[in-house]
Design a binder for this molecule. Structure first.
Ligand code: ADP
Length: 308
């Protein structure tokens, strides 16, 4: 079981490219709250005790592809924490009682290797309310109970060696309303990660275009604004898909020529991407926003009721 945790759940610090705040476009409110509630308390535990004792449960919710996972990884990096990446497949086992043991193992190890972040993507699928995809069956009820018990037992206390035990459960979900009441209450902070606004879209497109040298020079301010308007309702990952597709247009042109010029062309002679490429992607390749705008209303309602 320990082996499974080490192989599938524990993420080696050196195995990933670090994500910094600057890599994450927009979400300024989320970043600020994360710094105040997690980063500084993790780095200066002596300042954050008593009334200032930090939380041990934080939920990031919002439409898919808005940067929740990026934020979680950035927080882990900034706090120099041990990162446990728990997914449904890594934590649930078909063998009776195994999943509960795994949960216990993760929490025990997280305390030992503190400071730790137990990151759970799509938390709704393992802590969903009864009748939803995550709940209902006896085994998943037992699993959920074990998880909540382990979570309650977390204390931000002085360990035997004088250091602080710092373990945070950081959940992400696109479906916050599916989460079980008891689990929801354990997330003392619930932070909404919305779709990018107009300026965020411009900033992300600029950042992505700058990855291929000289492309950005093709775009003046008006064109960037037009592009941001055309992509109203897109998530950040939709924008990434769009930029990738548009960036293929100059290559497609070469391939279409049919004379194998793609194989001999000098890399520096590939023409830059332009606004027309983006329009082609949107119109003929049907790249569009993946988030149903009606669900935005559901997020707003949930935020009014339960958000921080
Ligand atoms: P979520 O967890 O909200 O579904 P992710 O963090 O997994 O979204 O984002 C998927 C990809 O989309 C990221 O790897 C990144 O390339 C891009 N992306 C999403 N949000 C942002 C953002 N705020 N800034 C920059 N890139 C982003």
């Amino acid at each position: 079981m320990g082996k499974q945790i080490f192989q599938e759940i524990l993420v080696a610090r050196s195995s990933q490219r670090p994500i910094t705040w600057d890599d994450i476009i927009g979400l300024n409110n989320c970043k600020q709250q994360l710094q105040e509630t997690i980063v500084f308390p993790f780095l200066r535990p002596d300042l954050f005790s008593g009334l200032r004792e930090p939380i041990n449960g934080l939920l990031l919710y919002g439409p898919p592809g808005t940067g929740k996972t990026m934020l979680a990884k950035c927080v882990a990096y900034q706090t120099e924490s041990t990162f446990f990446n728990v997914s449904v497949s890594s934590i649930t086992s078909k063998f009776l009682g195994e999943s509960e043991k795994l949960v216990k193992g993760v929490f025990t190890l997280a305390a030992k290797l503190s400071p730790s972040i137990i990151f759970i993507d799509e938390i709704d699928s393992i802590l969903g309310s009864r009748g939803s995809s995550g709940g209902g069956r006896e085994s998943s009820r037992r699993f959920k109970n074990e998880f909540l018990t382990q979570w309650s037992n977390l204390s931000y206390s002085l360990a035997e060696d004088g250091s602080f035990n710092r373990v945070l459960v950081l959940g992400c979900t696109n479906l916050p309303w599916v989460i079980d009441d008891a689990a929801r209450r354990r997330f003392q902070k619930r932070i909404y990660c919305p779709l990018p606004n107009f300026q965020d879209r411009i900033n992300l497109i600029e950042m992505l275009l700058s990855k291929n040298k000289d492309n950005i020079a093709e775009f003046n301010n008006d064109q960037l604004q037009e592009l941001a308007q055309l992509t109203d309702g897109f998530s950040n990952s939709d924008l990434l898909t769009l930029c990738k597709d548009a960036s293929m247009e100059p290559i497609r042109e070469l391939i279409k020529k049919g004379d194998n010029s793609i194989l001999n062309v000098d890399k520096n002679n590939i023409r830059p991407i332009n606004l027309k490429d983006f329009k082609t992607s949107i119109n003929s390749n049907k790249i569009k926003g993946s988030v149903n705008l009606n669900t935005i209303e559901s997020y707003d309602q949930w935020t009014d009721q339960f958000g921080s």
